[in-house]
Design a protein around this ligand. Sequence first.
Ligand code: PLP
Length: 396
Amino acid sequence: MSIEVSKIVQAVEPSATLAASAKAKELVAAGHTVYNLSVGEPDFKTPQHIIDAAVAAMNAGHTHYTPATGIIELKQAVVSDYRNRFGLDYKPTQCVISNGAKHSLHNAFFSTLNPGDEAILPAPCWVSYAELIRLTGAVPKIVSTTEADGFKLTADALRAAITPRTRMLLLCNPSNPTGSCYSRAELEALADVVIEKDLFVIADEIYERLIYGDTKFSSFPTVRQGLQDRTIVVSGVSKTYAMTGWRIGWLLAPENIAKKVGSLQSQETSNPCSVSQYAALAGVSGDQTCVEMMKAEFAKRRDYVSQRIADIPGLSAPRMDGAFYAFMNISNFLGRKYNGVQVDTDKEWCLELLQQKKVATVFGSAFFCEGYARASFAASMETLERAFDRIAEFVR
Ligand SMILES: Cc1ncc(COP(=O)(O)O)c(C=O)c1O
């Protein structure tokens, strides 16, 4: 008998963003210079005091199992950070530390959704949500938003998408891939529908520290009384502290949910890496100057990228209020030939841009939004300059 892949895993699509990065790396390995704007990670080195804390943790013998849901010091640091910055009161027992925010999302979906439940996903949205939701047997319901609405879900669109099977709304704020950020008033309008229709929310706020200009971020559970009881907040250290490889994320949830997430995690993975937890602790509870420095650099690049996009006739992108992505509208550039190659879809456009100009981006349809390409500005100024020179040449 040969081994067959299970039906449920057969249906899982690989991550398009990781696939784009892998393709770019292949070209690099073959000797090409590639301008890689496909990545979803800060290009900065993890701050030195965080690395030092990891080394100290290893030398102090923190190289063994920890409690499955994470060390108490890190949970305390996370909950006091939410108390200080948002006035949210969580107990450490409501916090589960996991192997990255992606793992926290998986835990949250798996612990709350039943087969047949519907989960509303405002699109464009990050590639992993739909796949992770499907793994639970629940149904991701993609609700498209428009560029005219800043790619934000409106209360009316939410209301229209709700059926008797709807249980959850996923809100990614600030958004990957669009960089949009909901105002408090917009969140309040959504919260009113959530409360009226008795839904719960998974709020992916992993980019909340990367906000630019006069944009103000509001954490979802703060916008209406009682929302903490119907929200799971997901975040982590990957983007804020340039710690993508350390794999530490968390969720904050009502106590009964956090408890069962803890049981699930204790069976699936045990604790996240002990050394990484001490490193994350140094990040969350240490000097935040490093965050401000990285953010200032991202803000400069965001201004530069906005200008370069504006300078290319026919190309546009919505204003980037947060995160580090430009979601470029390339619809004017489809349905034509590039060096003799017919390009009709955003996927083909991104592929030809990579093949012909060695610039890696991610096609919009990977985020359920055809006609766009996501360019990350978590790349050096030099890479951005060269990449946009080449994008300009490509579409000319
Ligand atoms: C919106 C969003 N949520 C979650 C994650 C996962 O983060 P982590 O590296 O902590 O698993 C990412 C990473 O790209 C992301 O863009």
